[in-house]
Unconditional design. Structure first.
Length: 331
């Protein structure tokens, strides 16, 4: 069981995310404290959705009680044709990327001998370009701009993300991207296949020589693209709560791990331990435990109920034991 819990972890350690998002020591410590308290199997290193864009030159708004956010009302990229004028970030030097890497290094050294560490490489190419251009403007570009211009800008964003992903993979056990803006809830499956998917495929190729798992996270209802997501070539697909896991498992090869997909809101935040247990059991039973990492469908809020985290960890042990999985697969 690996929750997506960086905000919950900060709260469990007595901090707000705004207090720790520029402190590798506190970020790593919050993950360590939370993992040791609840006993789950892995940590996802994440801070916000703005760090990679910031390293490329985007303006970022920092908030004490919430995650940092890109100022999309004043985008750094006024025209996709100017993409090559932006600074290609060096993960070892630029913005807060070195702080993400240091957080990952600290956590690997502290608990990496028995806890699986996923060092997220922030936003995937499609998401990153949305943040640099401004999401609303980029959505208009998808309808009005020359396709070659869009693809070239995505190539630039792919390189920027790949550099960070490679840096994370040299430290962590795995890395991942968030590509939420590529969700069918924002762009059509056809748009996803034309623009986001080829960039995701290229990232996977760019990190393949490091021989470590790489994961793709797309929020929302990905029913219409889950089979396409498989073709990206990543070893793990992180899926949100709106996707039926039985359907996903039937459409994706069993050697690709599905990570998810309890609703972060209900039951994890406002629900009960009994409802958490019910949803966790349903995820495991519906997939017969094949290629599953039990997790939240997306990032857990800081105000997630502690008793619900306890219930999620307990459910993984109760329904995900070797004996339970073997029995499910015999049916």
């Amino acid at each position: 069981m690996i929750p997506q819990g960086f905000m919950f972890s900060a709260n469990a350690a007595g901090y707000t995310i705004g207090q720790i998002n520029r402190s590798p020591k506190l970020m790593a410590e919050s993950h360590r404290i939370c993992q040791e308290k609840y006993g789950y199997d892995g940590c996802v290193i994440d801070v916000d959705d703005a760090s990679l864009a910031e390293a490329c030159g985007a303006r970022v708004i920092f908030r004490e009680d919430s995650v940092a956010a890109v100022d999309e009302h004043n985008p750094v990229l006024g025209d996709l044709r100017d993409i090559d004028d932006l600074h290609m970030p060096d993960p070892e030097k630029d913005g807060r990327l070195p702080e993400w890497l240091e957080t990952t290094q600290r956590l690997v050294e502290m608990i990496g001998d028995h806890v699986f560490i996923i060092g997220r490489a922030d936003q995937g190419p499609f998401d990153l370009l949305c943040l640099l251009r401004g999401t609303q403007d980029f959505m208009m570009d998808l309808l009005t701009e020359d396709e070659d211009v869009i693809l070239h800008a995505l190539e630039w964003a792919t390189e920027a993300h790949s550099r960070f992903a490679r840096a994370q993979l040299k430290i962590a056990h795995a890395s991942s991207m968030g590509d939420a803006y590529a969700s069918p809830e924002l762009v059509s499956p056809d748009m996803y296949r034309r623009f986001a998917l080829p960039a995701e495929q290229q990232v996977v190729k760019n990190v393949a020589d490091l021989n470590k798992p790489y994961s793709i996270h797309i929020c929302g209802n990905t029913t219409g693209i889950i089979e396409d997501m498989e073709t990206a070539g990543s070893k793990i697909l992180e899926v949100d709560w709106k996707l039926d896991m039985e359907y996903a498992r039937s459409k994706v090869k069993e050697d690709i791990v599905l990570m998810g997909n309890l609703n972060p809101s209900d039951p994890m935040c406002i629900g009960t331990p009994e409802k958490v247990r019910e949803q966790a059991e349903a995820v495991i039973r519906s997939t017969k435990g094949k290629g599953i990492i039990l997790s939240s469908g997306c990032a857990l809020g800081a105000n997630t109920k502690p008793e619900n985290m306890e219930a999620l960890v307990a459910s993984a042990k109760e329904f995900g034991s070797y004996e339970q999985i073997a029995a499910l697969q015999e049916k």
